[in-house]
Each structure stands twice: as C-alpha cells, then as structure tokens.
Design a protein around this ligand. Structure first.
Ligand code: MG
Length: 284
C-alpha cells in the first residue's frame, strides 16, 4: 500500500477518476464519468456488471490513531487490498471465461510503454484483436496515440491517483467490451511503486525499463520487479550513447525475482520485438 503518498484503492474516493474513450469513437461522449452507464451491447459483460453493486463502497487506505494517547492504530490498508483482491479475482475469472489475455504493463514515465503498445498493435493487425486500457493521471494523449495505431482503447484518468486498481479495470473492461480471444494491454500509470501493489485481475505483469534509466532500477524498486512476470529492456537502439549495462540490469532483476524472464527490444526500430510477440503468444 502506498501509505506515504496516500493513494487509495478506490476509484470513487475523491481522486477524480474518469473513464473515457477518444473522440470519434462510436461511444463518443458517453463515458465522461465512467460509472454506472449502460452498454447496449454489454450483455456479454453481465458477469462483470452483476457483481458491481456490492463493491461500490470503499475503505480508504488510512490509519486511524487512538486519540487518547493509547497508540492504537487500526490500519485499513488490508481491507482495501482485500477488496481489490476480490474484484481482481472476478476480473480474472471473467477474462478467463472469455479467453482474453490481459497484460499489465508498468514502468517509469517515459520508458516507452505507449510506443511498445503502438508497435505491437500495428504488428498484430489482422492476426490478433488488441484492445488497450490507458492509465494516466490526466489527458487523452496516449489514448489518442493508441487509437491512431488502430486499436480500440479506453482512457482511465486517475486524477491524483498513481495506479490503476481492479475496480477501474472492471469499469474499463465494461466500456471497452473486448471480443473473445483479445489481447488486452493495460498501460498502467507511470511509476515503479504503487502499480506493483494492486492486482487488476491480469494474466501477467510486465515491467518495462529503458536504457536511458539506471542499470540499478531493479535494486531500487524491488517490489515492482518481484511482482513481474517479464522485464522488457527498451530503447536498446540508444545503447551506444548511454551508460547502461543490459546484462547487469538483468542480473539485478533476477536477484529480486529469480527466474524472471527478460527481453531487450527497441520499440522504435523493431529490434527484439519478435521475442515479445512470442512471449505474448505463450500467454494463451
Ligand atoms: Mg504512455
């Protein structure tokens, strides 16, 4: 739990979460607040929707301290995470029923998540349906990029929140309505801390690190790398110009998560992206 920054597990807790689709989408303008709208073709999402009601309430991740000097601390973080785990399990069950693979993509800002997604969408065109959930604090910028790349996309703006959670994932899936067999790529909010703590119900977790970052990122942010199923080292086309040791970074990553797979790619040039596509195929 992100106790220091005070982020919550709830999407209605005052962080201003909004779920929206890019302009010119058939559902244009229908989803500005993202909650409680009806999807005309949404009956295939009944499993997600019918469980929505009882889980709308939120416990905030705050500690309540006894006022009379007793030092009693009741931490609600466990309740928030337990609620999130429950919703994540429902998401995971629904996705499995639909034969949909959801991959949670996490990284620092600027590591190249959106660029990896754009290239993946273009290279998968005609082979595998791809749908994208874009998480950012503000703007539709990434959703617009993804739409231009040819994918259906939902933008989740978390406001002050620094991660996606399972409720946002559920609401985004209802809006996105991915077809059976889809690959759902979830671009989480860019940071290496909070997103690692919130299960979305995804099939697998990928952390992207770029060679313009420090080789020692896995040691500095071990929880993220411990939670990952795959590390993608991106922007390897820039290796001649930066001080980054791919092998050492991989060693650091495996020091916190033995057996963690890693791939080195350039989403700009396409180098190594085939290995990423093979990994995706192995998730089905
Ligand atoms: Mg992005």
């Amino acid at each position: 739990m992100c106790g220091t920054c005070g982020c919550s597990g709830g999407s209605e807790g005052g962080t201003g979460t909004r779920i929206a689709v890019p302009h010119a989408h058939p559902h244009d303008g229908d989803h500005e607040n993202g909650h409680g709208h009806e999807h005309e073709n949404g009956h295939e999402h009944s499993h997600l929707r019918e469980h929505a009601g009882p889980h709308r309430g939120h416990a905030r991740p705050v500690a309540i301290r006894g006022a009379a000097g007793g030092g009693e601390t009741i931490t609600l973080e466990q309740r928030v995470l337990a609620k999130n785990e429950d919703l994540a399990a429902r998401n995971r069950s629904w996705l499995a029923e639909q034969g949909i693979v959801a991959v949670n993509m996490m990284s620092s800002p600027g590591a190249g998540k959106t660029t990896v997604l754009e290239r993946t969408i273009r290279d998968f065109a005609g082979q595998r349906p791809v749908a994208v959930i874009e998480g950012d604090q503000e703007t539709m910028l990434d959703a617009d990029r993804i739409k231009r790349a040819g994918s259906t996309v939902v933008q989740v703006n978390t406001g002050a929140g620094c991660h996606l959670d399972a409720e946002m994932m559920r609401d985004a899936l209802i809006t996105l309505a991915p077809v059976s067999g889809s690959l759902v790529l979830v671009e989480n909010v860019g940071n290496l801390v909070c997103p690692a703590l919130f299960d979305l119900g995804e099939r697998s977790r990928v952390v992207i690190i770029s060679v313009t970052e420090g080789t020692d990122k896995p040691l500095k942010y071990p929880y993220m790398f411990a939670a990952a199923d795959l590390v993608i080292i991106n922007k390897i086309d820039l290796l001649p110009y930066v001080d980054f040791d791919v092998t050492r970074c991989e060693e650091y990553a495996r020091s916190v998560n033995p057996g963690l797979r890693s791939l080195a790619v350039s989403a700009t040039t396409g180098e190594g992206m085939g290995d990423w596509y093979d990994w995706v195929a192995g998730q089905y």
